[in-house]
Structure formats: C-alpha cells, structure tokens
Ligand binder design. Structure first.
Ligand SMILES: Cc1cc2nc3c(=O)[nH]c(=O)nc-3n(C[C@H](O)[C@H](O)[C@H](O)COP(=O)(O)O)c2cc1C
Length: 175
C-alpha cells in the first residue's frame, strides 16, 4: 500500500475475527517496528508477541477494553531504558518516543497487511509483567491487540490543520 494512503486510511480496529494471524505477518509487522527512528539509534524497544489466549485474558482484568481479550494476537511494546541512558543519562526519555514511533510503524504495517489493530495504553501493566516475565527494569509502554476484522470503523474526525499548525509564528496558522 502506498504510504500516504496507508496513513490516511488507517483507523483503530477494536473487534476481531477468531482467526489466527500467520507468523509471517507478525514478523512483517515487527520488522516495520524496528525500522523506526530512535534517539542515537539506541533501539531501546523490546516486543513480546502474545498469542496465548489465557495470558491475553489477564491483561485487562476488569474488561474495560473487550478488544484485548478478543484479539488473536497482542504485541506488548516495552523499552529497556538503559539502552538510551547508557548514552544520554538517566533523565533522558527518548526510549518512550522511540517505542511510540515503532508502535505507529507497526500499526501502519498491520493495516498494510489487511489486518487491524489498536494502540492501548490502559491495561494492567502488573499482570502483563507477571505473565510474560518482563524484567523489572524494562518499561511497559503500550499494547497492540490486532487481527483480522470484518468492519472498519468510520474515521474519527481530526482538528483542522489551522488549529494545530503554524508557519514561522503561532499567529500564522497554516490554512
Ligand atoms: C498513546 C495512545 C493511547 C491510546 N490508548 C487507547 C486505549 O487505552 N483504548 C482505546 O480503545 N484506544 C486507545 N488509543 C486509540 C485512540 O483512541 C485512537 O487512536 C484515536 O481515537 C483516533 O482514532 P483512530 O486511531 O481510529 O484514528 C490510544 C492511542 C494512543 C496514541
């Protein structure tokens, strides 16, 4: 899929078919993730792919986000902040930005492959850490449930360009 078309047609998908995602597609998505830019090319991201339904069920114990439990696959996007901190010191937060860039790449790759997914920040990090044996020093950034779907959501509206973009001075919105 052409890049701008992929960007403009992607929407969050929160309902999935009960159909396994082939490993080749999972790897294509992860490869897109690791192509993201990162501060100092430190590549602090770590991804745990979860297809075990019993584990996935625990990620959202109060079932606030039914799409998590329904998803045939979930990517848990983590970061090892020491990759960044070794170069830039322990106040640096690039590891979060880097992992977010990787997440967006993966959401676009999921869409490109004809599947859908959603970026989820609200879930039980404690359960995820426990179930997947994630080391204490890794940060759990977000999870991406994804899979095949029936219906694409209607695109959620965006603010107009002139509300968020300016030329040279914030008194000059780009129209
Ligand atoms: C940092 C971040 C956290 C998000 N967390 C959640 C979440 O916990 N649950 C959810 O359903 N969607 C979540 N989303 C998805 C947004 O709701 C969605 O991207 C936004 O409404 C725009 O819709 P679209 O992705 O269809 O364009 C999150 C998105 C981002 C970038």
């Amino acid at each position: 899929m052409e890049t701008l078309k992929a960007i403009s047609t992607r929407t969050s998908i929160r309902a999935f078919l009960d159909k396994e995602v082939p490993l080749e597609i999972i790897k294509t998505v992860l490869e897109a993730g690791i192509k993201a830019p990162s501060g100092g090319n430190r590549q602090p991201w770590r991804f745990v792919v979860v297809t075990d339904k019993d584990k996935i069920k625990t990620f959202d114990p109060d079932d606030h986000q039914p799409c998590v439990e329904q998803a045939p696959a979930v990517i848990v996007a983590c970061a090892n902040p020491y990759d960044t901190w070794e170069k830039y010191g322990e106040n640096d937060q690039c590891y979060i930005l880097d992992t977010a860039a990787a997440i967006q790449n993966m959401l676009l790759a999921i869409h490109d492959q004809g599947l859908g997914g959603v970026w989820i920040a609200s879930f039980s990090k404690g359960e995820v850490r426990k179930q997947l044996n994630i080391p204490k020093h890794w940060k759990i950034i977000s999870i991406i449930p994804f899979g095949y779907y029936d219906e694409r959501n209607i695109a959620v509206p965006r603010k107009k360009l002139e509300e968020v973009a300016y030329l040279n001075d914030i008194n000059c919105p780009i129209k």
